[in-house]
Design a protein around this ligand. Structure first.
Ligand code: SIN
Length: 492
């Protein structure tokens, strides 16, 4: 950063403010804030950062129409040209990393350093899927019927609606847009109303990179109302949603009359298991990485930890020390590792979970109280023992780690799988046979062995059971945006 006499944090904030734009994007037109708007605030201090349009259904329809109108040309644009445009977009995201991170830290509350990491994570999906676009191909095979050849052509499903959550304001957008563009789909993005500005800035950069008007649209407004228009439209052929299981079910039902392709990345209640042969220091360090990402507000965060009795005390002691050392505070304070919850409802849920655990026999080894800071902060907390039933079925979505003891591998696997959710799980061991046994036995879409971080562009990301279906990222991610057309050739 240039030496202007202004501190790097102030420079970053200024770069963020430069990117903050209060508009929707409908067919390349910036739709400004009108009579109806939604305020967006900074969860670190409650101050209003800006406003976004609360669009009318007709505006959402216009965005859908723009995506439909742009689809024929975009889907026929050569793959290498689409990939080149995606790379230009990625280069602009790289150039604006600091500003995007500052904007994200301001509207989401995640620590600024972590926000920078998210911008890089987000951009990895654009870069990865630019590569996938270049190598996208169908197949041909000989038919069992003599003299016939079958071609499988891969075609984009059509205009896609992408509904993204607030916890990863950049990455959950690009993880959807990347494969959509690579496949040749146009998109209408609905960012979360709590964190729209990072998304708007990303879309502005996409247009600056030369992504044609109408190919990328962004609508803002009340989630239910916008969702109804997107799901009802016959022009939208695909819906990708990241969010809660109840909302996923509602959207699915709304999509039924128009039979859209669906990807549902829904809730989780991830277990983390520490076996008695594990490297305990590593297990503690990785628990912290996985659990406290985005202040515990991640679908794949460990929601419940099971520790084999022989190493329970050592792990608990190590974890308690590590958690009590985590600095809580405003996203821009130096060395902050944990920020605020996104809103009052989030904070109340964390308090309810800690109170419930306490009533059901858990002991607090550190934290356990709303923080001394005003507002939405909750002290990083470790709970020991008690009943795990709430944590099997409800994600806390906050900086709380409940730890339970177990005796046998079989018991651990049973307790892990005793949940309606099946998004992610983690285990720590040095035994290879156990690794394969446990990895196969866990009923989850994503499993981490000896790591608390399981997300990157190459990982097929998605759940089973009530955590949804479909995969994002990886070579599978693009399939969600493609139809296979078979062409049978009867050749002489
Ligand atoms: C999520 O919480 O939905 C996404 C987390 C990730 O990408 O790792």
């Amino acid at each position: 950063m240039a030496d202007t006499g202004v501190s790097p944090v102030e420079q970053a904030k200024a770069a963020g403010i430069k990117l903050l734009k209060e508009h929707a994007v409908i067919g390349g037109r910036r739709a400004p804030v009108g009579a109806k708007f939604i305020e967006v605030d900074n969860p670190s201090n409650g101050r209003v950062i800006g406003v976004i349009p609360d669009l009318e259904p007709a505006d959402v329809q216009a965005a859908i129409q723009a995506a439909a109108d742009a689809f024929p040309a975009w889907s026929k644009t050569p793959q290498v040209e689409r990939a080149a445009l995606m790379r230009k977009w990625a280069a602009l995201i790289d150039e604006n990393e600091i500003g995007l991170a500052a904007l994200m830290a301001t509207e989401n509350g995640k620590p600024f350093e972590e926000a920078k990491g998210e911008v890089r994570y987000a951009n990895s999906f654009i870069k990865w899927f630019a590569g996938v676009a270049e190598s996208l191909h169908g197949e041909s095979m000989e038919s069992p019927t003599k003299g016939m050849t079958i071609l499988s052509l891969k075609e984009p499903v059509g205009p896609a609606a992408l509904i993204a959550p607030w916890n990863f304001p950049a990455a959950m957008i690009t993880r959807k847009v990347g494969p959509a563009f690579a496949a040749g789909c146009t998109v209408v993005i609905k960012p979360a109303h709590q964190t729209p500005f990072t998304a708007i800035a990303l879309v502005d950069l996409a247009l600056e990179a030369g992504i044609p008007e109408g190919v990328i649209n962004l609508v803002t407004g009340q989630p239910g109302a916008v969702g109804e228009v997107l799901t009802a439209s016959p022009l939208i052929r695909k819906l990708s949603f990241t969010g809660s299981t109840p909302v996923g079910r509602t959207l699915m039902a709304q999509c039924a009359p128009t039979l859209k392709r669906l990807s549902m990345e829904l809730g989780g209640a991830a277990p983390l298991v520490v076996f008695d042969d594990a490297d305990i220091e590593l297990a503690v360090a990785e628990t912290i990485k996985g659990k406290f990402r985005n202040s515990g507000q991640t679908c794949v965060c460990p929601n419940r930890v099971y520790v084999q009795r022989g190493v329970y005390d050592a792990y608990l002691e190590g974890l308690t020390a590590a958690v009590s050392a985590l600095k809580l505070g405003d996203a821009f304070e130096p060395d902050v590792k944990v920020g605020p919850l996104i809103d009052r409802k989030g904070l109340e849920k964390v308090k309810r979970h800690v109170a419930w655990a306490h009533e059901h026999g858990s002991k607090v080894t550190t934290g356990g109280t709303p923080a001394r800071q005003e507002g939405l902060f909750y002290t990083p907390t470790v709970l020991a023992g008690g009943d795990d039933s709430l944590f099997r079925e409800e994600e806390t979505f906050g900086p709380v780690v409940p730890v339970f003891a177990f005796d046998t591998e079989e018991e651990a696997v049973t307790r892990c799988n005793s949940s309606d959710f099946g998004l992610a799980s983690y285990f720590f061991t040095r035994d290879f046979d156990r690794t394969m046994r446990v990895a196969r036995a866990l009923e989850d879409g994503i499993v981490g062995m000896n790591t608390g971080l399981i997300s990157n562009a190459a990982v097929p990301f998605g759940g089973v059971k009530q955590s949804g279906f479909g995969r994002e990222g990886s070579l599978y991610g693009i399939d969600e945006y493609l139809s296979v057309k078979s062409v049978t050739l009867a050749l002489k």
